[in-house]
Design a protein around this ligand. Structure first.
Ligand code: SAM
Ligand code: SF4
Length: 329
């Protein structure tokens, strides 16, 4: 098991497949992009599958989420999913994507064994989409969502970040649209993980703001703690249910006590938390011929050192050196 000194057990693995992206969301990347990882530094498909196999067969991981950067930009994605679907025990597999290109790959991903997708979409207005992502790709995302739904990558979840002055008035509109299309909407509080280090707590839209805005149009009933488990999203039944809406309040209502995550970056570093400032290298061990048991030991050791919390509430909080796109959200 991947257990830490606070007794938490990590069963949910986030795997970043690339640090590259075809959008430039203001809360994640600078306009000019970043210095991408060099190809030899990236884990190969074989290395990724091997690490996932070790996580699943030796370390108790039951959920694998592929992310990035934009994971659909990874050429070997479908093959990686297919090989992981053949593992015993078979992990549940999902993908977090900006949806661009999903129109073409949704069915192949489903056929390869992917269970679900989370598609990020912050706005229903094409011009606001362009202001947030700095690209004119709103239509591609909508078509990608539709394809995911048709391919049975369900429940399709939609992640939305609200930004002051851009889309902070859109919460009820987004929820009405998600309900109409059968998507499960989750709002994510903006976190200090932008490459420009421009995040300010004062300016951010909080879970409280989002709920107030949603309640102008919908009746929300909180789901109990039991249903939440280790899920970061707090969920509300909409107008009595069964439809739900989630809010991930990483800043104002952190869920570190129940965290069950372990993370792997595209260059083979284990991270215990999005906000961790330390990483543990597995790529070096892989490439120097270490056996599975040694890699599992290094992974366990890394997780044993996981801190109690994100440290966001601490006045000495320092943003991690890698931005969100290079960690894997
Ligand atoms: N490119 C894919 C996407 O956008 O879905 C996957 C990677 S992205 C880093 C994963 C998720 O993190 C997205 O839903 C995105 O909106 C969210 N995200 C990125 N930067 C964020 C930030 N500073 N605060 C909160 N969420 C953020
Ligand atoms: Fe790309 Fe996702 Fe970051 Fe947007 S949030 S820039 S889509 S990695």
């Amino acid at each position: 098991m991947l257990i830490d000194t606070y007794g938490r057990v990590a069963t949910d693995l986030r795997v970043s497949l690339t640090d590259r992206c075809n959008l430039r969301c203001t809360y994640c990347m600078p306009e000019e992009g970043l210095q991408w990882l060099a190809k030899p530094d990236l884990l190969t498909d074989d290395e990724i599958v091997r690490l996932i196999r070790i996580a699943v067969t030796e370390l108790g991981v039951t959920e694998v989420r592929f992310t990035g950067g934009e994971p659909l930009l990874r050429p070997g994605l479908v093959g990686i999913v297919e090989r992981c679907a053949g593992l015993d025990p078979r992990p549940r597999m999902s993908l977090t994507t900006n949806g661009i290109g999903l129109e073409r790959t949704a069915q192949a991903l489903r056929d390869a064994g992917l269970d679900r997708v989370n598609v990020s979409l912050d706005t229903l207005r094409p011009e606001v989409f362009q202001a947030i992502t700095r690209r004119k790709r709103h239509g591609d995302v909508l078509r990608g969502l539709d394809a995911a739904h048709t391919a049975g990558l369900t429940p399709v979840k939609v992640n939305a970040v609200l930004m002051p002055g851009l889309n902070d008035d859109e919460a009820p509109e987004l929820l009405a649209w998600a309900l109409e299309n059968g998507y499960e909407l989750r709002f994510i509080e903006q976190m200090p993980l932008d490459a420009q280090h421009g995040w300010k707590r004062d300016g951010m839209i909080t879970a409280g703001d989002i709920l107030t805005s949603l309640r102008t149009r919908f009746a929300l009933t909180a789901e109990g703690e039991d249903e939440r488990g280790s899920a970061p999203a707090e969920r509300w039944l909409v107008d009595g249910g069964p439809a739900r809406v989630g809010v991930i309040a990483s800043v104002t209502r952190p869920f570190c006590r129940a965290c069950d995550r372990t993370r792997l970056t595209a260059d083979g570093q284990v991270r215990t938390c999005l906000f961790a400032r330390e990483e543990s290298d597995l790529r070096g061990a892989l490439r120097s011929g270490a056996p599975d048991e040694e890699i599992a030991r290094l992974w366990r050791l890394a997780m044993w050192g996981k801190k109690a919390g994100s440290g966001l509430d601490d006045p000495s909080f320092l943003q991690p050196d890698r931005p969100m796109s290079a960690i894997g959200g």
